[in-house]
Design a protein around this ligand. Structure first.
Ligand code: ZN
Length: 354
């Protein structure tokens, strides 16, 4: 640091251009030094949601905090894809109704509804002399049913979420170049809901190498591996509605952002006086599967898998829901994360390749 400051001072007399170059060099050195202080899995920025009823995150504040920590990320790599992924009314509604707080509030309501339903059903068919015996048995059945439903919801929250985690894949594809990953995390603590956008430091190189090696080791059982991927990832399919024109013109852009990339007027209707929506027949439903193609090389497959599960992993990492031994010595070898029982590549191996 001192050296770089002295360097800047000595050159000031010579030339202004040189000074600027040196200053930017010093800044980048400083930011690199800041980055080297981070280790995989550390939360760099956690931005709480502005409101629980209309979840949104202050992205400009996120940017300021990240810059303060030495992460210079251009707008097209952060704000733009995050807005496309999260600032959609249907996604916001989903975030409210699928939040941990909503499930928490739903539990007593569900219990009452189940209690009334079971009581009214049993009351008709069974005549009991002791009224309290009926009430007790109805309560026990209601507790069991409510617990089972809450448990199913809790388990489904640990899986990859099609409406949030999958939408964040394209954001993480850009952020991973800056050694960051992002996810929407939410949990209930002291009867209050915590929903936040978490940016976690993650150097992907070691996980990519390890997962590529694993896939290469399995190269003699390619069909077996592919069957496992198909079995575990068959539900991960994106359905998009596109016009025939988009299919001809569009490439990968259509997949990332079908609404904004689509031209408002097709070439045929541009000249006509009535700007009508494209005819029904021109719309085509296309399925995009997230299963890596069998013909891809091992490294490309590994990269695709790491990106697909990045947001789901960060969600579990930050909310401390990754299952595994908590003690350092009991953790599996080659764990690339110091703060969790599993790193991203190990999570993928456990969830999909096992
Ligand atoms: Zn790893």
């Amino acid at each position: 640091m001192m050296e770089s400051k002295n360097n800047v001072c000595s050159v000031m007399e010579d030339d202004e251009m040189d000074v600027q170059v040196r200053e930017t060099k010093a800044q980048s050195e400083q930011s690199n030094n800041n980055r080297t202080n981070w280790s995989n899995g550390q939360c760099v920025v956690a931005m709480p949601s502005c409101s629980m009823l209309n979840p949104s995150f202050d992205l400009s504040l996120c940017r300021a905090k990240l810059e303060n920590d030495g992460f210079q990320i251009p707008e097209e790599d952060m704000e733009a894809p995050l807005k496309t992924a999260l600032e959609v009314p249907s996604v916001r509604r989903y975030m409210v109704f699928n939040s941990a707080l909503f499930h928490f509030l739903m539990a007593p309501v569900l219990y009452l509804v189940v209690w009334c339903a079971v009581f009214s059903t049993l009351h008709v068919f069974i005549t009991v002399s002791d009224y309290w015996v009926l009430c007790l048995s109805v309560s026990l059945v209601s507790i069991f049913l409510t617990t089972a439903i809450i448990f199913i919801l809790h388990c489904s929250n640990k899986e990859i979420d099609m409406n949030l985690d999958v939408r964040l894949i394209q954001v993480n594809e850009r952020l991973v170049k800056h050694k960051l990953m992002v996810a929407v995390v939410d949990w209930v603590q002291s009867c209050t809901g915590n929903m936040q956008l978490s940016f976690v430091y993650w150097d992907m190189s070691r996980c990519l190498r390890a997962l590529t090696e694993t896939l290469e080791e399995r190269s003699f059982v390619v069909n077996d591996t592919q069957n496992k991927l198909k079995k575990k990832m068959s539900h991960l399919a994106l359905v998009t509605e596109e016009t025939a024109v988009d299919l001809k013109v569009g490439g990968s852009d259509v997949e990332q952002d079908p609404d904004e990339q689509r031209p408002l007027l097709s070439q045929e209707s541009a000249g006509s006086s009535t700007p009508s929506s494209p005819p029904e027949a021109a719309k085509v439903t296309t399925n995009y599967s997230l299963i890596p193609d069998q013909s891809l090389p091992a490294q490309a497959k590994a990269y695709q898998l790491l990106m697909t599960y990045s947001a789901a992993y960060v969600k579990l990492l930050v909310s401390q829901r990754l299952s595994g031994p908590t003690h350092h010595r009991l953790r599996p070898r080659r764990n690339h994360c110091t703060t969790a029982p599993l790193c991203l590549c190990q999570y993928i191996k456990k969830q999909i390749l096992r």
